[in-house]
Design a protein around this ligand. Structure first.
Ligand code: LLP
Length: 424
């Protein structure tokens, strides 16, 4: 198998004279030596390029970064500096954004089961608006209005009945979904008329999100069509068409770019005569390809006639996606990233279960050995953000690299962190 395809790597990836990989002008081998492994390495220029592509394509104030894909204070500041707003799905995500210095007026609250406390926190902080997901949530907003809280701007999340072609766990637009007001059974229309008449909310828009890691732009165009038809009689200022743009994870995959996605969505809306401002909420397409994870190879076990197991020092705790969704990834050696990959191995983690698999059928260079640094690209989205402390494995460190410099943005968890919540 040929070397790892270039388009899976962060934008500033380059080969050094010795054949090794640098990102952001920094040697990935030096990063592994300095910060230890596992290590998430984010290319700051790549992050900023994707943010700029989104803002240029959709317009200022029309892009809301879905922080669930990857959030820490440095990331919140970066997207805010680039002019994006922040989609926060819980009070925890809102707290991190605010503690990074992002004004609440640049945050939008999501969630299918927001508690009274979460809603109160969002309203008193002054979030830009709340995407309301259910009649129960409208009841809670009535309660908060009776408490004397300011009237929040809201959009209603509509389930458009559009099936996105993706893994069933991350498809959200179909009728059988826990999210949003169902369009087909009339709930969506009932929710609009209730919100429109309610003194507790100021209705400013409609919202939908059909799923995540969607490659078929036709699915987005279909959702735009359904939403445009539903929204037309209400003539509200804003229509949000969600996130969900897929990215290439493995050789042979090609995903539409953010600007191609924008062309499809905006053309569809234009031809449907939509007058509302179109907003989107990309997460994965901003961050996924911006990062690689660096691991150290700890053991290689050959079982003749069966397979070889290559164990690294992380696993399902820093990347649960292969276990959850059967997601595919590539692996390569940053010391020789142009090397052909001819040796078949199963890349596994260090957790106490056989299901702890990172790559089922990986190809690595023939001379891959214990002690090597192994890199997995396209780990910038839903890796660190879904990481756990299973087996009391500490969370990895995260560095941003740019212009020949690295900066630690999340330190590695220590053993002490693992008992920080214990009372006695
Ligand atoms: N907006 C809403 C309302 C969402 O629920 C999501 C993702 C997004 C935007 C951002 O979608 P993106 O552009 O990142 O596809 N853990 C899964 C993905 C779950 C996505 C949840 N919602 C994974 O690792 O594939």
């Amino acid at each position: 198998m040929s070397p790892v395809p270039r388009h899976l790597l962060p934008e500033t990836s380059a080969e050094r004279a010795d054949g090794s990989l640098e990102i952001g002008g920094v040697s990935t081998l030096d990063l592994a030596a300095q910060y230890g492994t596992p290590l998430f390495v984010y290319d700051e220029q790549h992050l900023r390029s994707r943010c700029r592509e989104a803002v240029t394509s959709f317009g200022a104030d029309r892009v809301v970064y879905a922080t669930k894909a990857f959030l820490c204070r440095a990331m919140a500041r970066l997207v805010h500096e680039e002019g994006l707003m922040l989609d926060v799905a819980t009070s925890g995500e809102l707290f991190v954004a605010l503690s990074a210095g992002v004004p609440a007026s640049r945050c939008v609250l999501h969630g299918n089961n927001k508690s009274l406390d979460e809603l109160r926190f969002a309203i008193t902080s002054g979030v830009h608006h709340i995407n309301v997901d259910s009649f129960d949530e409208l009841d809670r907003l009535d309660t908060l209005h009776r408490e004397g809280l300011p009237v929040p701007r809201v959009a209603l999340r509509i389930t458009p009945g559009v099936e996105a072609h993706t893994h069933e766990y991350i498809a959200t637009g179909q009728d059988d979904s826990k999210f949003g007001f169902n369009l087909a059974n009339g709930d969506a229309a009932r929710a609009v008329s209730r919100a429109d008449r309610s003194p507790s909310v100021e209705l400013m828009g409609l919202h939908c999100h059909i799923g995540s890691n969607v490659f078929a732009v036709s699915s987005f165009a279909r959702a735009a069509e359904v939403m445009a038809a539903f929204a037309a009689p209400y003539d509200l200022p804003e229509l949000t068409l969600g996130g969900g743009l897929g990215v290439a994870y493995v050789e042979g995959e090609q995903a539409p770019s953010i600007s191609e996605w924008a062309t499809v969505l905006l053309d569809a809306c234009r031809s449907l005569g939509v007058r509302s401002a179109i907003t989107v909420e990309p997460g994965r397409s901003i961050v996924a390809n911006a990062a690689v994870t660096l691991y150290s190879v700890g053991t290689i076990k050959d079982i003749p006639g069966v397979r070889s197991y290559l164990s690294v020092d992380g696993g399902m705790s820093d990347n649960p996606r292969p276990v959850l969704y059967g997601s595919g990834y590539e692996a390569f050696l940053p010391r020789a990233w142009g090397a052909d990959r001819v040796r078949a191995v199963r890349v596994v983690g260090k957790h106490c279960e056989s299901g702890d698999i990172l790559i089922n059928d990986a190809m690595v260079p023939a001379d891959t050995a214990v002690g090597d640094v192994l890199a997995m690209p396209v780990t910038g989205a839903y890796g660190y953000s879904m990481s756990s402390n299973y087996n009391m494995v500490g969370k990895p460190a995260v560095v941003f690299v740019r212009d020949g410099k690295s900066r630690l943005v999340l330190r590695r968890q220590t053993h002490e962190d693992l008992v920080a919540l214990d009372i006695d």
